[in-house]
Write a protein that binds this ligand. Structure first.
Ligand code: SF4
Length: 370
């Protein structure tokens, strides 16, 4: 039998998992924090309500652990949206199929214009993003875009529709470095509600995407949940469970976790479960204390103030000056963004902020293709 994460995931029940997190005690938290190697039960304790009074201690431990493993560096990356065409309905997204917005897919000339701007800012790591529209932005388009720009970047990451294993293999041949694929929520019924139409409505196919990536042999896999769709504690736990399974199964691969929170967009979905700034810090620290090596990534969805603080507490990779619309940098800056950016500071300002805080922005990961 072809085993995947689904086999493990299906042995868990959402409500029982959440109850077990909420039942963690002060003693469980103190025990978890006293350890040097922590497991998933410790993770539950660290994201539990009982851990709230321990946030300062968690932040300190997270900071020291990150410093020991990653030094004083922050990897810089930037997203480039290639297309806003999409054949899915996602209740929280401005590109959702039924939203009446002008659709655009960048041409070669437009891609190169955007790239010239991003290169002028110093970026060497790029994240290519599309909606999920197999006909217009399927594998041939993505591969062509990668080939067009591969000489200009040290590594290329994509965040596109989940693909089959052989398609990932084809893109890896074309120098694909990493793939980000978020489950959005690990709550099956809520997932269904937020993805009523299109290929994305298939929860299981999305859930097993990281397995297909692992089998294809991609260098790095990024996972995460969109916080706000369901209870953030349970979604954090299932992300951690997913991470631990992947690390054990595809041990040559690197991993990263992202922490998107629901942002306003043209559809205007409000979070079902609020995740406060303190909650988000608690989750980030819990991931760092669970795993010393995993990359933790923070986008410009979060505010200036929040990002200035969190760069000390466990985050290892940061985007800046992001645009979430195709052509958003120079080709068509006024088009509709996928979601609103909160931290709009220019790249130079973010780099200066990091340096003022004793951190070194890293533009190129020299180990990428070693
Ligand atoms: S989240 Fe992705 S798949 Fe869903 S509507 Fe937006 S672009 Fe399409």
């Amino acid at each position: 039998m072809n085993k995947t994460f689904q086999n493990i995931f299906d042995t868990y029940n959402w409500d029982d998992t959440l109850a077990s997190i909420n039942n963690k005690t002060t003693q469980d938290v103190e025990y978890a924090l006293s350890k040097t190697k922590r497991d998933l039960e410790d993770f539950k304790a660290m994201v539990s309500p009982a851990a709230k009074p321990y946030l300062e201690q968690m932040a300190y431990l997270s900071k020291m652990t990150t410093k020991k493993r990653f030094g004083n560096t922050i990897q810089m990356y930037v997203p480039m949206y290639l297309s806003n065409e999409c054949q899915n309905i996602c209740t929280y997204c401005g590109f959702s199929m039924t939203n009446k917005i002008p659709r655009r897919t960048l041409t070669d000339a437009e891609i190169l214009k955007e790239v010239a701007f991003l290169k002028s800012k110093g970026y060497d790591h790029i994240l290519l993003v599309t909606g999920e529209a197999n006909k217009t932005v399927g594998v041939p388009y993505i591969k062509h875009a990668m080939e067009l720009i591969k000489d200009k970047f040290a590594n290329i990451t994509i965040e596109v529709q989940p693909l089959d294993q052989h398609e990932y293999e084809e893109l890896i041949e074309a120098n694909l470095y990493a793939v980000l694929v978020y489950q959005e929520t690990y709550h099956r019924a809520e997932y269904k509600k937020h993805h009523p139409k299109g290929k994305k409505s298939n929860f299981d196919y999305r859930l097993d995407t990281a397995d297909r990536l692992g089998k294809a042999g991609v260098h790095k896999i990024g996972i995460g949940a969109l916080f706000g769709l369901e209870d953030w504690r349970a979604d954090s736990f299932f992300t951690a469970l997913h991470l631990k399974y992947l690390q054990k199964t595809y041990w040559k691969t690197k991993y990263s976790i992202s922490f998107p929170r629901l942002r306003p967009h043209s559809g205007g979905l409000e979070p079902k479960v609020e995740m406060t700034d303190r909650d988000l810090v608690q989750t980030i620290c819990a991931f760092r204390l669970l795993d010393e090596d995993v990359e933790l990534s923070m986008s410009t969805r979060e505010s200036e103030v929040f990002r200035n603080n969190i760069v000390h507490l466990g985050i290892t990779s940061l985007s800046a000056e992001s645009k979430t619309n195709p052509g958003g940098y120079v080709v068509e800056p006024q088009s509709l963004e996928q979601f609103e950016i909160s931290d709009e500071r220019p790249t130079e300002q973010i780099a200066a902020m990091l340096q003022e805080n004793g951190l070194e922005p890293v533009w190129k990961d020299w180990e990428a293709f070693s």
